[in-house]
Design a protein. Structure first.
Length: 145
């Protein structure tokens, strides 16, 4: 928090924070982040991985879709070497799973424990797991991965 006599920072100049990834906010700073330098550079990839992880946890498929459109690699690895798809399946985020499959995410990817999206989806309710399994099967049948 700034000094009481300081002028507030305009939203367009405020950096996009990780908490913004979970909140229902879309800022000019997020747009600038997506339009800035190469999303695949090591520094930018690390920053985008943190935002993607939180966006998936928060079920923000809109942010994931925008990040993918801006060039985020759908095979980006997160904690435990989970791809974005594995992470979305683990958290039962059906909308994120759908967006990632549409972007060509690998349905056969495994993490450092050899788990697939099918396996990780079973950590959710039976209805969510079934829906994710159906989405994965449909993607495999259409040759999306």
């Amino acid at each position: 928090m700034g000094h009481p006599d300081e002028e507030p920072v305009p939203e367009s100049e405020r950096p996009f924070t990780l908490s913004d990834a979970l909140a229902n906010r879309s800022t000019a700073a997020f747009d600038a982040l997506l339009e800035s330098d190469d999303l695949r550079s090591p520094r930018k990839a690390a920053e985008m991985a943190q935002i993607a992880e939180l966006a998936i946890r928060g079920g923000r498929e809109d942010l994931i879709a925008r990040m993918l459109e801006a060039g985020l690699d759908p095979e980006l690895r997160l904690i435990r070497e989970n791809t974005l798809l594995l992470h979305a399946a683990l958290y039962g985020r059906i909308g994120c799973v759908r967006v990632l499959l549409e972007a060509g995410a690998d349905t056969e990817a495994t993490n450092d424990l050899g788990e697939t999206a099918d396996i990780l989806a079973t950590d959710n309710s039976p209805e969510i797991a079934r829906t994710i399994h159906e989405l994965l099967a449909k993607a495999r049948a259409s040759g999306a991965s």
